[in-house]
Design a protein around this ligand. Structure first.
Ligand code: GDP
Length: 435
């Protein structure tokens, strides 16, 4: 999916615009406590093209980088990783010196840039936004992010700059694994632990992998592909400057993965960045495993793992279903256990429950904990069916769908998990009108 990055000075309206661009979709997405509030990236769609939008204003950078201003780093990040950049400027204040600096960086980058002249209040009047032509970045598009004015035209311009749609990737049997986590968590060490092992055969299969950046390998007769290994390795070679690009790279990898290894540093615990990435994995409904690395550095007794479990469950509540694995990429402790669990969660992700079994379990659950009535109406779930796998998706047919509340679906999700497991995979529960 193409990545669209929004850059601009503080207060020009980046996050308002961001919310506009993803807004259409928002209503149907479940709310995940702690994740959605200060979201900085999300999927969107315009005229049939799907893409990722990033509000670079929300990305926090290492304090170590005191020489560059925040906005310059955001622009650099966008230049490095985005397919199209929306450069937001403020039509009320006009061009500032900072705008000019950023424009200069963007011009030199040769990336597709759309200038959005924001805070245009009245489209019925003559609008003067023409000074933004001076930025040398093509036709500015006047918008009001706040009132959602002219964002159609903006999106059309953005989508027009997308690279041509790639050919549908050959479906392979290989399980595609993405490894995500903050810089220094040990991603490249883990990759090397996998690939440096004698029992692992790194495949050389020209033509079968579209991306030279992925590494296919075979372990114990099973075939896997590590996604974006080149990116991971390159990044750890040039340690400083490129660190901050990891977020966008992670998003791209997650999109292409069957299973995501969410790596956490045992010595640091779960960070905000970890939460955001994990939230994205969950929302994208990818099978996943929480891999706690550097376990060798932790002083342990018989309680340590439980204490860690509790802490991680608390921090990543929405991943209550994900297995947690404690590993060391350096000593290789439990590193190959990861692949066993990968197989297991992929199986769960693709699992199909028979309709008979499903209805037996759901009916029993409804009997134990009847549906609350909705506004005098008697709400009934008449029938349940699994409509797809990867992720397992269930439809509950009800006489009054609006009467089946979120909390009741939570209950049903717990019931399904208690009975069928689904470890390591999100599941989707939908309610439809009974015909
Ligand atoms: P990346 O940025 O996520 O790819 O992280 P690296 O793989 O480059 O690792 C960052 C640092 O942590 C390096 O110095 C590694 O040697 C170290 N490291 C990675 N995994 C482990 C581990 O399991 N145990 C210990 N003690 N150090 C680790």
């Amino acid at each position: 999916k193409p990545v669209v990055a929004i850059v601009g000075r503080p207060n020009v309206g980046k996050s308002t615009l961001f919310n506009r661009l993803i807004g259409a979709r928002k209503a149907i997405v479940e709310d995940i406590p702690g994740v959605t509030r200060d979201r900085i990236y999300d999927n969107s769609e315009w005229r049939g093209r799907e893409f990722i939008v990033i509000d670079t204003g929300g990305i926090r950078f290492d304090e170590g980088d005191i020489f560059a201003s925040e906005i310059k780093m955001q622009a650099e990040l966008a230049i490095e990783e985005a397919d199209v950049i929306i450069f937001v400027v403020d039509n009320k204040t006009g061009i500032t010196a900072e705008d000019e600096q950023v424009a200069e960086m963007l011009r030199r980058s040769q990336k597709p840039v759309i200038v959005a002249a924001n805070k245009v209040e009245d489209f019925s009047k003559h609008i003067s936004y023409y000074e933004f032509y001076q930025l040398g970045l093509g036709d500015p598009i006047p918008v009001s992010a706040m009132h959602g004015m002219n964002t159609d035209e903006l999106l059309d311009a953005v989508v027009a700059k997308f690279p041509p749609q790639p050919e549908k990737e050959e479906e392979e049997d290989r399980i595609k694994i993405a490894i995500v986590g903050r810089p220094n968590v040990g991603k490249s060490s883990l990759v090397n632990a996998f690939l440096g092992e004698k029992r692992v055969i790194v495949s050389d299969v020209p033509g079968t992998t579209r991306d030279a950046i992925d590494t296919p390998f075979t372990y114990a007769g099973r075939q896997y592909t590590l996604i974006d290994t080149a990116g991971i390795r390159r990044k750890s070679r040039i340690k400083d400057a490129t660190e901050r690009y990891s977020v966008i790279r992670a998003l791209r990898s997650i999109d292409r993965a069957d299973v995501v290894l969410i790596m956490i540093d045992a010595t640091e615990g779960v960070t905000e960045q970890d939460k955001k990435i994990a939230g994205y994995v969950h929302e994208q409904a990818k099978a996943n495993i929480i891999v706690v690395n550097k376990w060798d550095l932790v002083k342990k007794d018989e309680h340590t793992m439980n204490i860690y479990d509790e802490r991680i469950r608390e921090e990543l509540k929405f991943l209550a279903y994900s297995p947690i694995l404690y590993v060391s990429a350096v000593t290789k402790q439990r590193v190959f256990k990861i692949l066993d669990i990968v197989d297991f969660v992929v199986e769960q992700h693709n699992r199909r429950i028979t309709t008979a079994e499903l209805n037996r379990v759901v009916n029993e659950a409804i009997m134990l904990n009847p549906l609350p009535g909705g506004g005098g109406k008697k709400v009934k779930i008449l029938y349940t069916t699994q409509v797809r796998t990867a992720p397992p998706t269930f439809v509950f047919f009800a006489n009054h769908p609006e009467g089946v509340h979120f909390s009741y679906l939570r209950y049903l999700e717990n019931v399904l998990r208690k009975n069928f497991g689904f470890e390591g995979t999100p599941i989707r529960l939908l309610v439809r009108q009974n015909e």
